[in-house]
Design a protein around this ligand. Structure first.
Ligand code: PSU
Ligand code: MN
Length: 307
C-alpha cells in the first residue's frame, strides 16, 4: 500500500527536497501542554530557536482533517486558542481525518507524521512514559511503543516524575530504543537535571549524536532514538520544590478518578497552578534548549546523509 504524504508547507518542502536540516515540533504541547498565551509564545519562540541554529522548523498538527507539516502563524494562533481540540496519538489520526477534526499531535503522532514526511529529528519537552501505578492501570504512553517502531530521533528533557521513571527506562530498553543523555551521565527528570537514574549512554556533542543516529539506522534497527537533554542549570527547579507539587497533583488525579488520555494534560495543568507558574517557566526554557540541540543535530545529520 502506498503511504500517505502529509501536506508540507512550501518552506519545509523546499528544505527536504534539497536535503537541508529540518526539525519537527509537536502540537499537543500547544493544545494540551501549556495555557494560552504562553503556549503560542513558546511555539513561536521554539521555531525561532530552530532557525537561529541553522534548521527549518516544522510544527506538525491536524488542521480540519488535514495532516500538516509546517504551520503558518495564524494556524499556530488558532491551535493555541482552540478549546475542546482533540489530542491525537498515532492511532487517532485516521479518525480525525475522516471527521475533519483539528488535533494537537502527541509525540507518537508527531513521530509518525515526521517519518512520513521524511523528517529525521524532532524536538519536544517531555515524552510520555509509564505512569506511576501502571502495574494496576496499565497506563503506558503510546509514545514508548512508537519509539520502538518509528525511526525518528526525539530530543526531550527526560521524563517528569509524574511518571515512574525506572519503569519508563525499562520499557524503552524492551522496545530497543537507545537512550542517550547529552553531556551528562544522568537521565534528567525534566524540571531537574538528575532523576536518580543513570542514562544508558552519554554523548557530548551534537555531531556525535548525529553520527550515532546514522549508524543506528544503517544497522536496520527500525527504532527511534531518545536523546535526553538536561534543563539548563539556571532554569532548573529544586527537587524539594517540585517533588511535593508533583505528588500533590498525582494524588488529586487519583482522588478525582482522572485517567486515560486526560491524565497527562490534567497533571501538567495542575502542576503549573500549584507551582504558581514556576513549572511553566522551566518548561519553556527546556523546550527551547531542546530545539537548539535538535537543530544542531539536524545540521550535522544532513551533512552525514549527503556523504
Ligand atoms: N509531557 C510533558 N508535556 C507534554 C506532554 C507530555 O511534559 O506536553 C504531552 C506530549 O504531547 C506527549 C503526551 O506525547 O503528552 C503524552 O500523553 P500520554 O501520557 O497520554 O500518552
Ligand atoms: Mn496514557
Amino acid at each position: 500500500m502506498t503511504l500517505l504524504k502529509p501536506k508540507l508547507s512550501p518552506e519545509v518542502a523546499e528544505a527536504l527536497a534539497s536535503g537541508g536540516p529540518v526539525v519537527a515540533l509537536e502540537s499537543t504541547i500547544i493544545t494540551h501542554g501549556m495555557p494560552y498565551p504562553a503556549n503560542l509564545e513558546t511555539a513561536l519562540g521554539v521555531e525561532a530557536v530552530v532557525r537561529e541554529n541553522g534548521a527549518i522548523p516544522a510544527t506538525i498538527a491536524v488542521i480540519d482533517g488535514e495532516l500538516r507539516v509546517g504551520l503558518e502563524h495564524h494556524e499556530l494562533e488558532t491551535l493555541a486558542q482552540a478549546r475542546d481540540v482533540v489530542k491525537a496519538s498515532g492511532r487517532d489520526l485516521a479518525v480525525a481525518m475522516v471527521r475533519g477534526q483539528t488535533a494537537g499531535t502527541t509525540v507518537s503522532a508527531t513521530m509518525l507524521l515526521a517519518d512520513l514526511a521524511g523528517i529525521d529529528i524532532f524536538a519536544t519537552g517531555g515524552v510520555g512514559g509509564v505512569h506511576r501505578g501502571a502495574e494496576q492501570t496499565f497506563d503506558i504512553s503510546a509514545d514508548l511503543t512508537e519509539l520502538g517502531r518509528t525511526k525518528t530521533a526525539v530530543v526531550c528533557a527526560g521524563v517528569k516524575s509524574i511518571l515512574d521513571i525506572a519503569k519508563t527506562l525499562e520499557y524503552l530498553e524492551t522496545q530497543r530504543v537507545p537512550v542517550i543523555a547529552f553531556g551528562t551521565d544522568d537521565f534528567p527528570a525534566f524540571f531537574t537535571r538528575q532523576s536518580g537514574f543513570k542514562a544508558d549512554h552519554r554523548l557530548d556533542t551534537a555531531e556525535e549524536i548525529a553520527h550515532a543516529m546514522h549508524l543506528h539506522h544503517q544497522l536496520g534497527t527500525g527504532t527511534g532514538l531518545l536523546i535526553a537533554n538536561p534543563i539548563p542549570e539556571q532554569a532548573a527547579l529544586t527537587p524539594d520544590f517540585i517533588d511535593g507539587t508533583i505528588a500533590d497533583a498525582v494524588r488529586e488525579a487519583e482522588e478525582r478518578g482522572i485517567g486515560r488520555k486526560q491524565l497527562t494534560p490534567f497533571l501538567l495543568a495542575r502542576i503549573n497552578e500549584l507551582s504558581k507558574g514556576e513549572s511553566l517557566r522551566a518548561n519553556i526554557a527546556l523546550v527551547r534548549n531542546n530545539a537548539a540541540l535538535a537543530a544542531q543535530m539536524a545540521v550535522a545529520y544532513a551533512a552525514l546523509k549527503r556523504g
